[in-house]
Design a binder for this molecule. Structure first.
Ligand SMILES: C[S@@+](CC[C@H](N)C(=O)[O-])C[C@H]1O[C@@H](n2cnc3c(N)ncnc32)[C@H](O)[C@@H]1O
Length: 278
């Protein structure tokens, strides 16, 4: 796959259904309190941590950038009483999200659209919260994601973000030596680029936002890989039907690679929240 032909939407259109089996209902890492905890509890804990940082109030307007299949949007509408617009570049994601939201009877409070988080085309100041859960690593122009989030926030609004982060520079020679590992990650997870937590803090500040929370979650997210490998074993036949055997093998190998990158201090996980001055 060349850089020019790659579109994140292609990748998510292809993998979204299989991801539901491998990653669970929420398509993101877990924040574990114990290594044996069920994955769904740990992924939901991450959502709850972000919700606490967002300081929701009933009826606020929330933009969910990179909404997956809408699990968090439905949770936020049900548990926090907010109204959510979820956007993703994957039309398959939007189809599944709309179907599940209709089944849950939440259409009046939750909607989904195919839009790009780095150029969302919503009017200025049209949301009270912007929620960016593990989608930023897929966007080449991180500064534009943040400036768009700041633009659509109303004064006094707040953006909450979390994602995979990079803890150190990876020298060119190391990148070259480990190119097969990084190619496997790209094949399994899409064309991602990790940036340090400090860079996100700077982008928020550059966009005129005041950073309120910046937290490292590397250790708490580490058991995620073992949980994903267990899901891969348990749902092997169904996943092969959806994405093929070689993609499943790539996924399992990627869990091993990411786990090593976490343990050696190269990659990890971060969360931040920032507010727009009134
Ligand atoms: C790892 S999933 C996270 C989904 C969801 N937030 C969750 O935690 O369950 C990444 C999501 O980002 C979306 N995405 C990737 N690039 C995007 C972009 N430029 N704009 C909006 N969404 C994007 C993908 O389609 C996918 O829905």
């Amino acid at each position: 796959m060349t850089e020019h032909s790659y579109q994140p939407a292609d990748h998510y259109d292809r993998v979204t259904r299989a991801w539901g089996l491998l990653l669970g209902a929420e398509l993101h890492y877990g924040v574990f309190e114990g290594a044996d905890e069920p994955l769904d509890e740990a992924t939901h804990r991450l959502t709850e941590r972000m919700a606490a940082a967002a300081r929701f109030e009933p009826d606020l307007r929330v933009l969910d950038v990179g909404c997956g299949t809408g699990a968090q949007a439905r949770y936020l509408a049900t548990e926090q009483g907010v109204r959510v617009t979820g956007i993703t570049t994957s039309s398959v994601g939007v189809d599944i999200a709309r179907e599940r939201t209709a089944e849950a009877g939440l259409d009046d409070r939750v909607g989904f659209e195919v839009r790009d988080g780095t150029d969302n085309e919503f009017p200025d100041a049209s949301f009270d919260r912007v929620w960016i859960l593990e989608s930023s690593h897929l966007m080449p122009h991180r500064d534009r994601l943040v400036s768009e989030a700041a633009r659509v926030l109303a004064p006094g609004g707040r953006v909450v973000w979390c994602d995979i982060v990079r803890h150190r520079e990876i020298p060119f020679l190391e990148l070259r030596d480990r190119r097969e590992e990084f190619a496997t990650l790209r094949a399994a997870f899409g064309d991602a680029r990790m940036e340090p937590l400090a860079s996100y803090v700077s982008w928020f500040e550059d966009a005129g936002l005041t950073v309120e929370v910046a937290e490292d979650l590397t250790e708490a997210t580490l058991p995620t890989f073992e949980a994903w490998r267990t899901n891969a074993e348990q749902h092997r036949d169904q996943v092969i039907d959806l994405i093929g055997e070689s993609s499943l093998e790539e996924f399992v190998r990627s869990c091993d690679i990411l786990e090593s990158l976490w343990r050696e201090g190269t990659f990890g996980y971060g969360m931040a929240a920032a507010s727009k001055p009134t």
